[in-house]
Design a protein. Sequence first.
Lengths: 340, 271
Amino acid sequence: MGAISKRYKVVIHIASRFLFFILTVWVGLTLAFLVSRASPVDPSTILISRLMSMGGYLRPEEILALKQQILELYGLDKPVYMQYLSFIKGVLTGNLGPSFSFFPTPVIELIHKSMVWTILLLGFSTILSWVIGNVVGVLAAVFSRSKISKALEWISMSLYPVPYVIFALVLFLFFSLVIPLAGGVGGAGMAMQTLSLTYIIEVIRRLSVPSLSIIALSSASWFLSMKALALSVKKEDFVNYAIIRGLSQKTVTKYVMRNSLLPQITSLAFSLVYLFNGALVTEYIFAYPGLGRLLYNAIVGSDYNLMLGILSYSIIGVASAAFILDLIYPLIDPRIRYGG
Amino acid sequence: MKVPLSLKIAIGIIASLLVFAFILPNFAPYDPRRWATVPGDEPPSLTYPFGTTTVGQDLFWLSSYALRNSIILGILTASISVTIAFLLGSFAGFVRGSVSRNALTLLIDSFCLIPGLPVLIVLAYSWRKFLSPVLIALILSIFGWAWPSRSVRSLILSLRERSFTYTSLLSGFGMMRIFFYEYLPYIIRWLAVSFLGLLNWAIGMETTIAVFGLSTLEEATIGSIIYWALQYQSILRGVWWWVTFPILLLAILIVTLYELSKIISEFTGVK
């Protein structure tokens, strides 16, 4: 086994993971397309009825002509497979058409603006909750007899199954009624676009409550799985041996930590889906200007293009994050060998 | 076999919730969904244990009715998803052809990686005129099956290599027969636990899309009560009971179901 064949295997591994990534995105986009075309409602009818409700009066033949024009504009008059191809092409080239409710702003522009906020919220709360949950989880497993450890487990066990939306609502009500933080929710003001210290402080201040809701629930779940993992690692021979050798508590904790951390990294990739779903809800409840808020606006405005755009982007975003984690994984786990 | 106290308590809570949800609505003095049957905005009292809503519904009867719908919806979603997971997961773990095996694994893994909420929101939005608890259950099942399928697949992968599989194969058992007679007894406890998990997931997911305003808003579910309470600004106007009691009921139901599934998995040794 020379160095060349090892490198060859690395390439094969990355290529196969990449292929899986592409296929996942493809399955997701196809699902998104099917979901949008399986709709019993004709988007052009919605658009026209929205126009009519704004007070515009149209004669029947004008309505028909307008409908035809809208169908042509959005390519809905072509056969389904052509629509599918142009949808895929649109996602690849980043041209998802104009938004209905913010006409004629392209969907992609709206999404890019909001995506930054979602990534900020999600990145911040994911990393923080993962670190908190895992560190506290290991400590709770190492000192599993202490009262604090049991109390923490009890709290997490009753927090963990609560649906995120309920938790966020309760937290929102708590922070708006019991401890009112005036303007403490939502993203930083859109007017302040210059990058100054006050702007950054404002961003963090407004990020705090929405991210707290995600962090509290997801660190509870990381805590529970980490504690269970670390408890089983603690019983293994090498840990006993380390204790018998008289190694310090700190070193033993480090041993347990390193060995139980690996499965947690794998689950991080899959938990991104839950975190992303949660972020959509957070943004809606806390009026945070990310993709979730945009999605809600799209629903309220019957904005089909925007909904599909957000859908496609979330699929690509989550799949890419999982793909990157998958690539990093062998760097963390020295036991992983490519191509087995 | 000694029944642990926690199991007794959990079963007791679930049983009383089931009585509340399935037996009580039959004794409702009026259709709890109808508006203006009782005075609006009444705080909890002896006549109205949970208070009344702004539009004049008795929250006690309304939430018992809603809890029933939410549980039915959850059970339906969980049944569909567990059935698909059992059949598809077994098939994915059992087949030997590399193309069909990889294709199935890809399909299952992709569905685990696709963020479900935006898809569900788009689906619920486009079908919102036809939404009923049954249709919502069908929509939720689109994502419910993926996670359990993944686990069933890995369970079956190890059972596939056991000698009894070869014995059955050589005895001329068909694939379905092996799934149902040989594998099902091994994974039924696991399926039961994941049934409870899916029940929780479905009830929570329905509440989530309802808060976005995309559930059956005419039919009462726990989610739609919360939606209307928020729409009528109940908290700002001090009508706190409108949103508190549904949330409390939901939290009790879900936490107890979770504890129950944990107790069952410890009791039967399911990992």
